[in-house]
Write a protein that binds this ligand. Structure first.
Ligand code: ADP
Length: 479
């Protein structure tokens, strides 16, 4: 085995404590895989309201951090616990005013909240007298830690010269804020070409200052170096392209239809009868007729423009109107109001054929993966995407657009159906193809399901990729 490393792992989301999407899944699963490889990994996240109000197994720590800011030192508490079914320590930075709020994000002071969090997480390492070999930060929220380490932190007796890895989960959210945030953090530095006058861009800073940078699929790693996919940062990413890697996310073992406790009926690839029962449960919950003979199409997603919803409305309308024969459709999703209205409207129009659950329901999602025949992900862009991998594991065949991690995980005609153009026509055509096979060739369909269910999306290989990045970062040293 390679050398055991001390890894400080910073994330705004760590499932099951806090999750709005894939970032939370990765925060909850990658550290466990690293621990299993023998590394001393410690996770830090904010103490959101659910932690402050009492979370089983999470206890206050007898430590007080004095986090330096330009308002003076801010005293801060810390909770500690462990990632479920593991001995990976997780610490929660408890600054009541900043994090004890109903939502994770969406506040005017988000950049300050996460700048504070990032700085406090480093202070925690000092308090624990635990000097990490590498700091691994995720997305813009924790990029301030990387910026601080690369600038003001160089003068710190304990925290200087620590190499960093920065993982981009979604380039669309960059954390732009006024330059004052650097006064707040005690950082003096120059402006980046990507930053407007007087503005800090934390995503750009993470990319600029990290020892090594990666994103969550090889295809997305390439796409973000182009003007189309770079969200304004492609120049900077091209500048760092020799330090930029793509490592596919993995799924942890909790996503397994044979053991998933959230399913009423478990099943596996050898005994698929359970799928039929899940389908009936899903139809009952969705108030749809108990039909076994027609395809049941599903979608579980944040209702966000990146998810391809602008080309979805038309296709669902056609699907419900029978453009590929009879079909049922179920959506589970929440997000932007106009997309919620679109699905509510479609569901009212096509009553009895489709249902839109406009909420977030982690307990119900597995039944949809397990009870549906097809799973749609027509994303405009998709850094990695977990939905398609979960769907495959549960035997729901993905219909996806060839972008980012979707292109890296779904093989057209082998494990799913893939289209390229971002258009309702191309999407509709791929869905028609899927339904055609479903209706006419049960054997071929079963083979597609079987390949998807047995494909290896475990963390093993990806965690090795991260281990390699850490080793390179350590060999390179900070900077
Ligand atoms: P993203 O991170 O962009 O949201 P991913 O496909 O990487 O997309 O991850 C989505 C994760 O969030 C999956 O685990 C999916 O099941 C879950 N999810 C998304 N929306 C909902 C919802 N409304 N209810 C329950 N789970 C959801």
């Amino acid at each position: 085995m390679s050398q055991s490393l001390k890894i400080l792992f910073l994330s705004a989301e760590v499932a099951p404590f806090a999750k709005t999407g894939g970032l939370g899944d990765i925060g909850g699963s990658l550290p466990k895989a690293l621990k299993a490889m023998g590394h001393d990994v410690r996770v830090v996240m904010p103490a959101y309201q659910n932690i402050e109000s009492g979370y089983p197994g999470v206890e206050p720590m007898p430590v007080r951090l004095d986090v330096p800011t330009n308002f003076g030192d801010i005293p801060t508490g810390v909770f500690e616990g462990q990632l479920p079914d593991s001995d990976v320590p997780i610490y929660f930075i408890a600054e009541w005013h900043l994090f004890n709020r109903p939502q994770l994000y969406g506040y005017w002071d988000d950049p300050y909240r996460f700048a504070f969090f990032s700085r406090a997480a480093l202070e925690l390492a000092v308090a624990l007298d635990w000097r990490p070999d590498v700091v691994h930060a995720h997305d813009w929220h924790t990029a301030p830690a990387i910026t601080w380490l690369a600038t003001a932190g160089q003068a710190h007796p304990f925290l200087n010269n620590i190499p960093t890895v920065f993982t981009i989960h979604n380039l669309a959210h960059q954390g732009k804020v006024s330059w004052d945030v650097f006064d707040y953090l005690g950082i003096q530095t120059h402006s980046l070409h990507e930053e407007a006058f007087g503005e800090v861009n934390f995503m750009a800073r993470g990319i600029f200052h990290a020892t090594l940078v990666n994103t969550v699929s090889p295809t997305y790693a390439r796409e973000i170096t182009t003007p189309d996919g770079g969200a304004g940062l492609d120049g900077l990413l091209r500048h760092r392209q020799h330090d930029l890697y793509g490592i596919l996310n993995g799924l942890d073992d909790s996503w397994n239809p044979a053991t998933d406790k959230r399913l009423v009926v478990n099943y596996d690839v050898e005994a698929m009868d359970g799928r039929l029962q899940n389908r009936r449960i899903l139809q009952e919950k969705a108030n749809l007729p108990q039909r076994d003979d027609i395809p049941l199409v599903a979608m579980i997603t944040r209702l966000d423009w990146q998810k391809g919803l602008d080309i979805t409305g038309h296709v669902i309308h056609q699907l419900m109107n029978g453009f590929a024969g009879e079909a049922q459709f179920v959506l589970l999703g929440t997000g932007e109001a106009h997309y919620e209205q679109m699905f509510a409207h479609l569901a009212a129009y096509h009553r009895g054929k489709m249902t839109a659950f406009l909420d977030y329901n982690a307990g119900f999602a597995p039944t949809i993966y397990a009870g549906s025949d097809m799973f749609l992900m027509p994303s405009l862009f998709e850094p990695c995407g977990l939905g398609q991998m979960i769907a495959m594991r549960y035997g729901s065949v993905p219909v996806v657009r060839a972008t980012g991690g979707l292109a890296d995980t779904v093989q057209d005609g082998l494990t799913g159906y893939v289209f390229t153009d971002y258009s309702a026509e191309a999407f509709g055509e791929a869905l028609q193809r899927a339904i055609y096979f479903f209706n006419t060739d049960k054997e071929a369909w079963r083979a597609i399901q079987r390949r998807g269910m047995t494909a290896d999306f475990s963390w093993g290989r990806s965690a090795l990729g991260y281990q390699e990045l850490y080793e390179w970062a350590v060999a390179r040293g900070a900077g």
